[in-house]
Design a protein around this ligand. Structure first.
Ligand SMILES: [Zn+2]
Ligand SMILES: [Zn+2]
Length: 213
């Protein structure tokens, strides 16, 4: 699986295009401005990629700005955890609260939960439910290539925020990291929602929030 990362919008949120054999998934379309959306569209065109899934690690406003842009271009591709529905339904309110604008996404009709898989090219992504930062947080894992897209759960030297956001839980977040993410193994590269890629091993050893893991 090849992973192309982009960083967009005032929140500096990562958008990932994962691809294999001409098929692609877009995870967290954070592109907000026209030039950001066009940059992703041009990358897809240049690499000759067909988008087969548009996925969310969770539906916080900074991760969903580009949903409607890609929904208009690709049919029936949009999927997320069903706990994301209230966040999508309130996307305009979420945007207003942060002083930004959004073309509201539609609410998907198919959902992803723990144990589901998402396939494209020769890749099969496993879905892990990792709530705590948000009730709808999910990670997408390709054990074959030892890579995972993990959203706002675990960052280089940090973890997802659990203050000032609805339905967060620090104990739940720590349990998600301890029971779901760290067991993937030290060699797995993780691509977080913010900041650079890192590895499970690096974070297990050096992340100050995981001292007692
Ligand atoms: Zn978030
Ligand atoms: Zn975020």
């Amino acid at each position: 699986m090849k992973v192309q990362s982009f960083t967009y919008n005032p929140f500096m949120t990562n958008c990932y295009v994962c691809h294999d054999q001409g098929e692609a998934v877009i995870i967290d379309p954070s592109c907000a401005a026209d030039n950001e959306k066009q940059e992703v569209a041009k990358f897809l065109e240049k690499e000759n990629l067909t988008v087969v899934h548009l996925l969310l690690t969770h539906a916080h406003i900074d991760h969903i700005f580009g949903c409607s842009f890609f929904e208009d271009r690709f049919d029936d591709v949009f999927k997320m955890h069903d706990a994301a529905v209230p966040f999508i339904e309130r996307s305009v309110d979420q945007a207003t609260a942060f002083g930004v604008q959004i073309e509201p996404p539609s609410v998907p009709t198919s959902f992803l939960a723990e144990g589901d898989t998402v396939s494209f090219g020769s890749v099969t992504l496993d879905v892990l439910h990792t709530p705590g930062h948000s009730p709808d947080s999910i990670c997408f894992v390709d054990m074959e290539s030892q890579q995972a897209i993990t959203g706002d759960v675990l960052f280089q030297d940090s973890i997802g925020r659990t203050q000032g956001l609805p339905q967060t839980s620090m104990p739940q977040l720590m349990a998600s990291i301890r029971d779901k993410v760290l067991p993937l193994g030290d060699d797995v590269t993780i691509y977080p929602g913010h900041g650079p890629e890192t590895t499970i091993g690096r974070e297990r050893r050096q992340n100050p929030f995981l001292n007692d893991s």
